[in-house]
Design a protein around this ligand. Sequence first.
Ligand SMILES: [Zn+2]
Length: 158
Amino acid sequence: MSRWEIVKTPHILYSESERETIADKMVKTEEEWRRTLTPEEYRLLRQEGTEPAFSGKLWDTKEKGIYVCAGCENELFSSATKFDSGTGWPSFFRPISEHSVETKPDNRLFMRRTAVECSRCGGHLGHVFDDGPNPTGLRYCMNSGALHFKPAGKDGEG
Ligand SMILES: [Zn+2]
């Protein structure tokens, strides 16, 4: 089994309501992305960059809410699946839905890793590893700068 295959999260983990159809793809030219993203967001999302550990704004966030893509606002992760990985990057044991992210092999830097992208705009979010906690055993290691955090509403459910 290749390292890539382990990230195909079993469907049984998702409720019926989460199996919504995938949002329309967002396609922009590199010039458009340069205009709409901050330089740091552009470096992370469009050039597959990585922010230094403990440098981002979200690695230690414990508030309830939803993490969305900084490029297209696609909902990616819930605070309910965030855990303290000790790595200095926001870490989750699964995406908010099986359609929210896509994975692909990343063999740069002489390492075999699995890159995680936003399924809507293709923006690079981070990597997924197989040393996460239950119930998935996966660790989605994300860049803070590739995400925006939307705190749960006062009267909403977290
Ligand atoms: Zn996106």
